[in-house]
Design a protein around this ligand. Structure first.
Ligand code: ZN
Length: 427
């Protein structure tokens, strides 16, 4: 199959953008990328879908999310993190069921696919429901069970029961072509050293990835210093958690030395501008991280602290916040925002086969319409149009491993108790 459009934004090492370009997809992988005429001539008889006035981008990667939380969207808005968690989120989460986790994740997967996202790094409880939703909707993902020191917790009456469940999930989904398990202790302030070491050991034993919220608020830093005598990044390093399979969400309150330490240990940071702004958690020093060579990805965080799961909007916020916080319009460019949402995502998910449209990589991509809506016209530079002008809802097609998971205008399969709407996710 050949997909052609006015622009192909490759995100290859030279950041090439091909006018009137095409990608050839074979067995779920990108087989060739180049000028549409050359690709078609080299592969006569190949079926061609030409999107015309549109741009094809690598699929966006939501590197930090809590997909089952979409039913909590809009609850407890406008509060600081700790009050919001204690008063609005934790009491409701205590009553969550496996079915609610699955239904919430399904809704979130639709929202991601609808706005050009093909991969995610999720962290939640009862993660079996997220595995099922992601498997059904066709997205690619890393899925981590949330671990805290509060037992009984959802998914585990005791620590032993929870770890046995995690071991079972890791084994059950091992070898899946798109989904990979992670172990996700919630944060330094909701765990203890023993739990964090046990999570680290489970990753070493099984090959599961390690992800955790880190240095999100000033209060977290102050409490960590008071309790352990170390700042959050130092504390995690003292426990041996800073390793090349580790992805840390937020990293708002980090010093230049801590940025260098995260980089030297081979870790990845995930920036969540909407969540950090909405909860007034602070501003992550992203331009400094990029300058230091620390890989930085981009995430939406949960739909209750954002309240959208739209990576196009997240890139726009990341670019504007980076400029405003640095007092420098060049501190965070549209290209840097797209890099975080694609190649940064590949680093965060520890998956070198995503993040760009290059031969051999997974055919994960989305098609942005440049003709139907006034806000994307004219498109002098598709990267500028995507980051600064688009809303994400101009997406015409989203595909994972070459398989469409969203196509604008296609009817959605009817599911019991669900109202209809535009767009589709293949069953
Ligand atoms: Zn989070």
């Amino acid at each position: 199959m050949i997909y052609a459009a006015d622009w192909i934004v490759t995100q290859n090492p030279r950041r090439e953008k091909i006018r009137r370009g095409a990608i050839l997809v074979r067995d779920g992988r990108v087989a060739a990328v180049g000028p549409a005429r050359e690709i078609a001539a080299a592969h006569p008889g190949e079926q061609v879908e030409d999107f015309g006035q549109a741009a094809i981008f690598p699929g966006l990667v939501d590197s930090h999310c809590h997909l089952p939380m979409s039913p909590l969207r809009g609850l407890g808005d406008d509060k600081p993190l700790f009050a919001w968690l204690q008063e609005d989120i934790f009491p409701r989460e205590a009553r969550l069921t496996q079915e609610a986790v699955y239904e919430g994740a399904l809704l979130s997967c639709r929202e991601l696919a609808r706005t050009g996202c093909t991969s995610f790094y999720d962290m939640y409880m009862l993660e079996e429901g997220v595995f099922a939703a992601a498997d059904e909707t066709g997205l690619r993902g890393v899925l981590g069970e949330n671990v805290t020191r509060f037992f009984p917790q959802l998914g585990g009456a005791t620590r032993e029961a929870l770890f046995a469940r995690m071991r079972g999930n890791i084994a059950a989904w091992s070898g899946h072509p798109r989904l990979r398990a992670a172990v996700c202790p919630h944060a330094p302030y909701t765990t203890d050293p023993e739990i964090l070491r046990a999570c680290r050991e489970l990753c070493d034993e099984t090959g599961a990835l390690f992800g955790m919220h880190l240095a999100e608020t000033q209060k977290e830093t102050d409490d960590c210093v008071a309790e352990h005598g170390l700042r959050p990044v130092e504390y995690c390093d003292s426990l041996g958690l800073l390793r090349p399979d580790a992805t840390f969400f937020h990293c708002v309150h980090v010093t230049p030395d801590e940025i260098a330490l995260l980089r030297d240990r081979g870790c990845v940071a995930v920036h969540n501008p909407a969540s950090n702004m909405k909860l007034a958690s602070g501003t992550a020093p992203v331009p400094a991280m990029v300058r230091a060579g620390l890989p930085v990805a981009l995430g939406t965080d949960g739909p209750a602290s954002n309240n959208q799961q739209n990576m196009v909007r997240e890139m726009w916020l990341a670019a504007l916040l980076g400029k405003a916080s640095a007092g420098d319009p060049s501190a965070m460019t549209a290209q840097m925002a797209l890099d975080m949402a694609t190649l940064g995502g590949a680093a965060a998910l520890h998956d070198p086969d995503i993040g760009s449209l290059e031969p051999g990589k997974h055919a994960d991509f989305f098609v942005l319409d440049l003709a139907a809506e006034p806000n994307t016209t004219p498109a002098h530079d598709p990267v500028s149009t995507l980051v600064y002008a688009a809303t994400g809802h101009e997406t015409r097609l989203t595909a994972v491993s070459g398989r469409p998971i969203y196509r604008k205008g296609a009817p959605r399969p009817n599911r019991e108790g669900e109202r209809g709407g535009g767009g589709a996710l293949s069953p």
